[in-house]
Design a protein around this ligand. Structure first.
Ligand SMILES: Cc1cc2nc3c(=O)[nH]c(=O)nc-3n(C[C@H](O)[C@H](O)[C@H](O)COP(=O)(O)OP(=O)(O)OC[C@H]3O[C@@H](n4cnc5c(N)ncnc54)[C@H](O)[C@@H]3O)c2cc1C
Length: 151
């Protein structure tokens, strides 16, 4: 994915490395070797700015509100980044909660309004987690053997 004319973001799943701890730093050698094994090329990799590992843990807080504490975004739910949805739903939570908090601070919000945040967002995100779990299952096939030159 191009970030600008000279920089690209490369995101990959290497089934042979899928049991590595998310906290183990990625090395350039590891990434290059995964790229070559998966695509047949290192895609001209050089001058790398940033690398990280991600996992497929799927978790959701049972309650998005506890008194004056509210959870939104990845603090409320995490999932495999299938479909590019995590930031989007976090922003939707900010939209849902922001005006309700303003109402509570300004004194016009009824008591039930802040509770409607969890009631409205939790079911959507439960469906989102099922969606990403199914997408993960579909991806989890015997080692993919993509050949970019052949595409
Ligand atoms: C590979 C990958 C690709 C993705 N692609 C997409 C995509 O295309 N579209 C999409 O919508 N989503 C995507 N996501 C998901 C998205 O990145 C996350 O859902 C989103 O960044 C979560 O935002 P957040 O603000 O809730 O949490 P975070 O981005 O995790 O922000 C939390 C911040 O809190 C800071 N912090 C933690 N502890 C403390 C502390 N004690 N004190 C102060 N600060 C602290 C952290 O340093 C961090 O900056 C992707 C995720 C991954 C892993």
């Amino acid at each position: 994915m191009p970030i600008n004319d000279h920089m690209y973001r490369v995101l990959m799943i290497d089934m042979e490395r899928s049991n590595i701890s998310k906290d183990e730093p990625v090395t350039l050698e590891e990434f290059r070797s995964s790229l070559i094994r998966t695509t047949g090329s290192d895609l001209g990799l050089n001058d790398v700015k940033w690398m990280s590992r991600f996992g497929n843990a799927t978790r959701q807080a049972g309650r998005y509100r506890n008194g004056r504490l509210f959870l939104a975004g990845d603090s409320a739910h995490i999932h495999f980044p299938a479909g590019g949805q995590g930031m989007n739903v976090g922003l939707q939570e900010a939209m849902n909660l922001g005006w309700k908090l303003a109402g509570a601070i300004k004194g016009w919000a009824p008591d039930w309004l802040l509770n409607s945040y969890h009631a409205e967002r939790f079911p959507w995100n439960t469906a989102l987690l099922r969606n990403t779990e199914v997408q993960t299952l579909l991806l989890d096939v015997t080692p993919l053997s993509l050949n970019f030159e052949a595409c």
